[in-house]
Design a protein around this ligand. Structure first.
Ligand code: ADP
Ligand code: GLC
Length: 480
């Protein structure tokens, strides 16, 4: 039996701020249980729902030296849907209202978490062959593993994988601070190790010391080797190109299934969507106070409201778009300027635009089900899960051709009658608008073509099956 430990800062159903949580929560269920024992470790946040924290079982606690300090480490455990989860407990670090906030504080707590992950292993009696680390929050695990823990027999053969879900966030602060907080010796802070552009960089540490690197789509794996997408680390990624592979994300079709979805008023499937899907649109129009009109094209957006997602483009042409015969439904939180931009358009075009500036699992499902199209014009997109959810709900994605969007949405070809969505290439607002208008044209004038596209979208398979096999191959190769 091969033993794998996922280490991450978030994971569904316990805590989620974005797609990372979906991946860490759903992928471990999909490995072949005859050969792989995959477990997960995350922090035990005070803001987790009591529904889960009540079920966690206390295992042990001890004090761990880190930096110049000695810190409490508690470990809890819980089985969920056939997977074992561990939780690192420390209320000093994990008591915030959200998992992340102030960057320096986040840096300190995830340096602590990274060391705690390794320290708890002998205590819980789980000796993984591979520790699979996700994003900058766990970047120091491969570093600690190679150096500090390497002497002990227990850790000697342990391998590590570093998966990049988003290269934009690296966990960067001045060298002195990172050195003090981590307790790592001076010689780690050189440009071939943790130093990047004179600062200390946790993700870079992970990328240098991990035995293998992955990212969440094939195209993003190529893009990040170039300066435009490389966020300053493209040189390192080119140097490690042989150890870097792109494995596209899947989604959990038990969670995201229009036929069984508990959040939507009228479940539907690939056979009856022509009649049934639209009832969800009428219900959502009613719920959000939009014009009740089953014929009107509804465009959905469910997203963190950040630069990454292309909201500059939307802001630029929103007035023009609102003159079209469309409704736009937004669900998201994030940067204030985008929150206010959508509030403004909601006020200006009350019966056409609905801005819902909060987080809601239920409303997100309703939007995937009710909308005709789903807009995601990202500046960059390591993979993107929202477009996969939209596809499965027969809601056609309108995307920019970057990262995982390029790998998962096949552009409509009017002449060959192929494709599952609409896409454009350049980061240009009017190119996006042209693409949206092309979708409007097909929706209004060629409904049969549109519906055939929905057939193809709903038939596309983005479950974890294929990608879980690719991770298994990677683990096999590492373990030998
Ligand atoms: P990212 O991880 O970059 O935010 P993804 O597309 O990979 O983007 O994943 C986003 C996930 O977060 C999806 O499951 C999406 O439905 C969910 N999501 C984003 N914003 C909200 C929100 N305001 N309410 C509910 N779910 C949201
Ligand atoms: C990140 C990326 C997103 C990806 C998700 C899960 O949040 O922004 O594109 O789908 O991680 O890998």
């Amino acid at each position: 039996m091969k033993k794998i430990l996922f280490a991450a800062s978030e994971c569904v159903p316990f805590i989620k701020t974005g797609g990372l949580a979906d991946v860490v929560g759903s992928l471990p269920k999909c490995f072949d249980k005859r050969y792989f024992d995959v477990r997960v470790i995350i922090p035990k946040y005070l803001c987790m729902s009591k529904e889960y924290t009540d079920k966690m079982e206390y295992i042990d606690s001890f004090y761990m030296d880190i930096g110049n300090d000695n810190k409490y480490v508690g470990v809890f455990k819980m089985e969920h849907e056939g997977v074992t989860f561990y939780f690192v407990d420390n209320e000093f670090y994990f008591s915030g209202a959200k998992p992340y906030g102030d960057l320096l504080w986040d840096l300190e707590k995830f340096i602590y978490f990274s060391k705690a992950v390794l320290s708890v292993l002998p205590v819980i009696g789980f000796q993984p062959d591979v520790i699979h680390c996700h994003d900058w929050q766990t970047g120091l695990i491969p570093v600690f593993l190679k150096e500090r823990f390497h002497d002990g027999e227990f850790f000697r053969n342990m391998k590590s994988v570093m998966t990049i879900h988003n290269l934009k966030f690296q966990g960067v602060w001045d060298v002195e601070t990172v050195r003090t907080l981590s307790g790592l010796p001076d010689y780690f802070f050189t440009p071939d190790k943790l130093e990047a552009y004179k600062d200390g960089n946790l993700l870079k540490g992970g990328l240098v010391f991990a035995d293998a690197i992955t990212t969440v789509s094939y195209t993003y794996a190529e893009e990040i080797k170039m300066p435009f997408y490389g966020e300053g680390l493209d040189g390192l990624l080119r140097a490690r190109a042989h150890d870097l592979r792109g494995i596209v994300n899947g989604i959990d079709y038990d969670e995201y299934n229009p036929a069984t979805d508990k959040f939507i008023v009228n479940p539907y499937n690939a056979r009856d969507f022509r009649k049934e899907k639209v009832k969800n649109k009428l219900a959502l129009q009613e719920e959000l106070g939009l014009d009740r009109d089953e014929k009107k094209m509804m465009i959905g957006i469910v997203s963190r409201l950040t630069d990454q997602k292309g909201f500059d483009l939307i802001a630029y042409v929103m007035d023009e778009l609102c003159r079209d015969n469309v409704q736009i439904v937004i669900l998201g939180t994030g940067e204030e300027r985008y929150e206010n931009m959508f509030r403004h358009f909601d006020w200006k075009y009350a019966n056409k635009v609905s801005a819902n500036i909060y987080y809601s699992e239920a409303l997100s499902h309703k939007i995937y089900a009710a909308s005709d199209a789903f807009l995601m014009p990202s500046l960059f997109e390591p993979c993107g899960l929202s477009q996969l959810m939209a596809l499965h709900y027969g809601t056609l994605p309108i995307v920019r051709e970057t990262g995982g969007l390029k790998d998962t949405v096949e552009p409509y070809n009017e002449y060959e009658s192929t494709g599952t969505g609409f896409s454009f290439m350049n980061y240009n607002a009017h190119e996006m608008l042209g693409c949206i208008r092309n979708a409007e044209r097909i929706y209004y004038d060629k409904k049969r073509e549109w519906n055939k596209m929905v057939d193809r979208a709903m038939a596309a398979d983005f479950s974890w099956q294929v990608s879980a096999l690719k991770y298994q191959e990677l683990y096999d190769w590492l373990i030998g």
